[in-house]
Design a protein around this ligand. Structure first.
Ligand code: SF4
Ligand code: SF4
Length: 457
């Protein structure tokens, strides 16, 4: 490996339960609940009403400002347009569709006559119309990343690290759908005008690397696979950029600041389907695993499928299950109900039994410094914890807490089991609130001064 990022940890990968099992199609659910927010940005406005009939791939939500459109994932009748439980907490306006099991494709879905003849603008437009977002969990609208990066980005990276424990959906995609990945990467090379796209894959997926290399050779594609030594959080955008290019994203910056754009493996497949077939994002591959799951699997299901159906398909939940997590164990979100739907960014649903919990009452920092050594952003978690817990927001800001990616590496390394990541989420929220209040106060002061000046004139 040429380069490495600072810090990181080596959690047990726990991938053996699913990494040799082929992706299975979930039997179609009788109903899907499609939230109008499955992307970074403002929620979409619903385009359908109760009683409407919709077909697969039909646009049912339009974005405003930063966002991506949302499409029906099954055909059938719109049963309701109303707030429903949502994976990010609380309720979200959702389109509920009663599946008619006809699986009728919308007339809106049109494959181009010759995808290879499309211009860069036409390809970017196809990605936008298909509602593609970062499907590794970030859910940033992909068309914005593409259009904002053209002319500025000279290194396009496909993120095949899949460094979170348990999750194997990207690995299985490398084995089962390498043509889509290489096809999508080739379209990205054309859109960004780069000679080669680099796929970064952790070296615990050697058969995935071989599978991609076979297709690259067959198609003589402008793609290169780089094997990366396993280390969490290799799949963090900034860490992957450093591992691939040796360049560091500056504090507060983005990969584009160093000429990089990063796309997840399944995002790349979605780009391929959007450009080649005109097909919107209507399905998602989800790893269902953890000690509370009888038979862990990788399932592909329509967007909007309640996660309870995924657990049912895996033999149901163990009665000792005490925690459900959407996403990986390091960065995922705990869920209070299994009725939340699968979204575009849902890569895993994990269920854990009570005897896995390793918390301590009233943890005390022993100043060992292990959290500092583990932090890939070169932050000082032990001090950030003190500042956040005491609401010392100026000090927290000066400690660069906004650069914390909430990866959980510090909490994993901490022998005292301090609730570091939780405290940083809280601290960031408090700091954002203070920044917003300061901004509002400054604007009010400025407006009052201008008014006074106008009166004086
Ligand atoms: S959670 Fe934040 S502070 Fe902790 S290791 Fe990750 S980036 Fe660093
Ligand atoms: S790893 Fe935990 S105990 Fe050690 S310095 Fe950091 S917060 Fe304190």
């Amino acid at each position: 490996m040429a380069n490495a990022f600072f810090g990181g940890v080596h959690p047990r990968d726990m991938k053996a339960a699913t990494n040799e099992k082929a992706i299975q199609q979930l039997p179609p659910p009788p109903e899907v609940v499609i939230p109008m927010s499955m992307h970074f940005g403002a929620p979409c406005a619903p385009l359908v009403q109760k009683g409407d009939f919709v077909k697969v791939g039909q646009k049912i939500g339009e974005f405003r400002g930063l966002g991506a459109p949302i499409h029906a994932s099954v055909s059938g009748k719109v049963k309701a347009v109303e707030p429903r439980p949502y994976s990010m907490g609380g309720n979200m306006m959702s389109v509920v569709i009663e599946n008619d099991f006809k699986d009728e494709l919308s007339e809106e879905v049109k494959a181009p006559a010759d995808p290879d003849a499309l211009s860069v603008q036409e390809m970017a437009e196809a990605v936008k119309n298909a509602g593609v977002v970062g499907m590794g969990g970030a859910t940033f609208p992909t068309h914005v990343k593409i259009s904002g990066g053209i002319g500025k980005v000279d290194t396009v990276i496909i993120n095949g690290a899949e460094c979170e424990p348990y999750i194997t959906g990207d690995h299985r995609t490398m084995l089962e759908r390498p043509e889509e990945i290489i096809g999508g990467a080739t379209y990205l090379a054309k859109m960004f005008g780069v000679g080669k796209v680099i796929v970064g894959v952790e070296d615990n997926k050697q058969n995935g690397i071989d599978s991609l290399n076979r297709v690259i050779a067959e198609k003589n594609a402008p793609v290169e696979v780089r094997a990366l030594a396993c280390r969490y959080p290799q799949g963090g955008e900034k860490q992957l950029c450093q591992a691939i290019t040796g360049k560091q994203v500056p504090p507060g910056g983005l990969p584009s600041n160093i000429g990089c754009a990063v796309f997840n493996i399944n995002t790349t497949c979605a780009i391929y389907r959007a450009v080649h077939d005109g097909m919107p994002v209507v399905k998602k591959i989800v790893t269902v695993a953890g000690s509370g799951v009888a038979e862990p699997k990788n399932l592909e299901c329509p967007i909007g499928t309640p996660v309870s159906r995924l657990f049912d398909e895996c033999g149901g939940l163990d009665e000792k299950t005490y925690k459900l997590v959407m996403g990986g164990p390091m960065m995922g979100m705990a869920q209070y109900t299994a009725e939340v739907p699968v979204g575009k960014g849902t890569g895993a649903m994990l269920a854990f039994c009570a005897d896995e919990e390793q918390t301590v009452q009233d943890p005390q920092c022993i100043r060992c410094g292990k959290c500092v050594a583990a932090c890939p952003m070169r932050l000082e978690p032990l001090f950030m914890y003190q500042y956040a817990s005491k609401n010392m927001l100026d000090e927290l800001n000066a400690a660069h807490i906004m650069d914390c990616m909430e990866c959980g590496a510090c909490a994993y390394a901490c022998p005292a089991r301090m609730h570091l990541t939780h405290m940083f989420k809280y601290g960031k929220q408090k700091l954002k609130e203070k920044m917003a209040a300061d901004k509002a106060a400054a604007e009010a002061k400025k407006a009052a001064a201008e008014k006074k000046e106008a009166v004086a004139k």
